[in-house]
Design a protein around this ligand. Sequence first.
Ligand code: VAH
Length: 326
Amino acid sequence: MKRILITGALGQIGSELDSFLRKRYGNENVISSDIKPVPEGMLNQVGLFEHIDCLDAREIYSVIEKYKIDTVFHLAAVLSASGEKNPQLAWKVNINGLHNVLEIAREYKCAVFTPSSIAAFGSSTPKDNTPQETIQRPNTIYGLTKVTGELLCDYYYTKYGVDTRGVRFPGIISYATLPGGGTTDYAVEIFYEALKNKKYTCFLDKDTYLDMMYMPDALKAAVNLMEADPSRLKHRNAYNVTAESFNPEQLADEIKKYIPDFEMNYDVDPIRQAIADSWPNRLDDSTAKEDWGWSPDYDLKAMTKDMIEKLKIKLFTSEQRRAYSV
Ligand code: VAH
């Protein structure tokens, strides 16, 4: 892995994967791309940047040719809640966009990382210690595109030898970029609201268990898998990975250790609740640990501590931080 392209680089994962990879491989070896232009406020944070609409194969071709790309982290996707509002767009972006990338990777012999998700499982999947190989019958368009994407990436590996790899990400929590259109977004929004307003109204029920992961662990999973010795990989698309499983009430209780007067309310969104209810409570990620040494660093306690510390710096001036009784 020497010359890397990230698609969807302005999203929640992409915006942090960009700087992570630049530190690891050098600024000149990481090209970020997105369908959107770089926002004013991010111009000094992004390295080499190109416009790519993954539905336009010519744009992908030209960037891969221009920079002699050998590895693509394909992150451009429509997430679960947004997908239910526009299933047709979700299918086009998540499948046709992926197919464009795989076809070009086949021609230019690029390796491809494509994240799957716990959303690739459905209500008939075992909810606790969800196995690496089990029933996958999701009932959301996002989940359906994730299962299709897993199968398509495996096909390109077995049929054409394209070095495709992926992980099934849980909900990802980060302080740098707000997520957009996800069912797990509550676990990010809650921190902003707790610090700014000391209260949050959660759109999921208090005892909705979901797998979650702090962004540093998510970046570690993606890069460690792509750097792993291919001979050790018994799977390609995609590995179960998780770091923690908690429900909104447990997250609220952990935040109260830093903001004692934080108030948590609930106003359940039936659409996102139904999506969350169809997902597992806790994955079994032992196969990833055995095959390529997966090992998360952040549990609920460590993630909450770091999120509060980093968001206080992001949201408040030093005077405000001094005055803030946290
Ligand atoms: C979503 N954040 O909520 C994404 C993720 C497991 C959830 O795939 O759609």
